[in-house]
Design a protein. Structure first.
Length: 303
């Protein structure tokens, strides 16, 4: 995703992804920020494991391949960790990137990398981003020498105007994301789903993802997988989804990742008509396919 206006935090290094030696059956979970990433990571993990409760940290199981856990960590450290993952079983990775930031590899006879792509209404994602940033620890900001006040504001309008639209230029993370993936939505190794549809039909979404990944949980495993990927269980076990096992200082406060899990509540969380119109206007510029843009906002079937 080429977005020269976006200025991400120093702990995000998308260029790492260009250097990974991709394997057959690798699974790339490509999702914009605050659009169901952690939920989808857990879905993939539980499908691979057949339903497993006793893991410590989803980020230890499904690495975020753009992320540095501390300033001393190098790109080579990440590449070594990825390469050291077991051979013979699918590896799963998280990314917020879309092509070409994350390489898209067409399937061949000896390597089929699968891309599970999730999108969400950008208004909902942006209002969710404010409390998420606020839940990063003071120690984390100090570690990276980034003033916390540079990335937080008291109100969502101020946060949108001065951080999302100002310092970070974050709209491209949603509109350029869908522009990049949309032409690939019918590729045999790409599954594009919408957060709203996943919320409406949890069980059906699980089965669709399992079929795409060529995974066949047993009849006994399915109820467990549905439970462990449900919002209630994840909320009750929030410590498993907050990067607690990564080296260095604590990154997130409790409850940072698993907050409300709702669709359609942007206005309740501070979105205004004026900001929504501004976001949509930028979307019209960055995503010129009106069909794709409407789908990003509304979900539903696509052709």
């Amino acid at each position: 995703m080429d977005n020269p206006k976006t200025h991400g935090p120093p702990w995000i290094r998308p260029d790492i992804q260009q250097q990974i030696d991709w394997r057959d059956r690798d699974i790339v979970i490509s999702v914009p920020p605050k659009s169901g990433t952690t939920w989808t990571m857990n879905i993939v993990y539980q499908l691979l494991q057949g339903g497993k409760r006793d893991f410590q940290d989803i980020y230890a199981e499904v690495p975020w391949i753009e992320f540095l856990a501390h300033p001393e960590q190098t790109v080579q450290d990440i590449l070594d960790r990825v390469e050291a993952m077991p051979v013979g079983i699918p590896r799963a990775f998280k990314t917020h990137s879309a092509p070409p930031g994350i390489p898209y590899l067409q399937p061949t006879s000896d390597r089929n990398v699968r891309y599970l792509v999730i999108a969400r209404n950008p208004e909902e994602a942006m209002v969710s981003f404010k409390p998420f940033i606020e839940k990063h620890t003071d120690e984390w900001f100090e570690l990276w020498q980034v003033p916390k006040q540079a990335m937080t504001r008291q109100t969502f309008p101020g946060f949108y105007r001065e951080v999302l639209d100002g310092a970070m230029g974050m709209q491209g993370m949603f509109f350029q994301f869908i522009s990049a993936w949309w032409p690939l939505r019918h590729a045999p190794n790409v599954l594009l789903l919408h957060y709203t549809e996943m919320k409406k039909d949890h069980g059906g979404s699980l089965r669709r993802i399992a079929e795409f990944l060529e995974l066949e949980p047993s009849a006994d495993q399915w109820p467990v997988i549905e439970e462990l990927t449900g919002f209630n269980w994840m909320k009750q076990n929030t410590e498993k989804f907050e990067m607690s096992a990564l080296p260095g200082v604590p990154i997130l406060q409790r409850g940072a990742m698993i907050r409300k899990g709702q669709a359609g509540s942007a206005r309740e969380d501070g979105m205004t008509s004026e900001i929504a119109a501004h976001i949509r206007a930028i979307g019209e510029q960055l995503c010129t396919d009106q069909y794709a843009l409407n789908w990003l906002y509304e979900g539903g079937d696509y052709s």
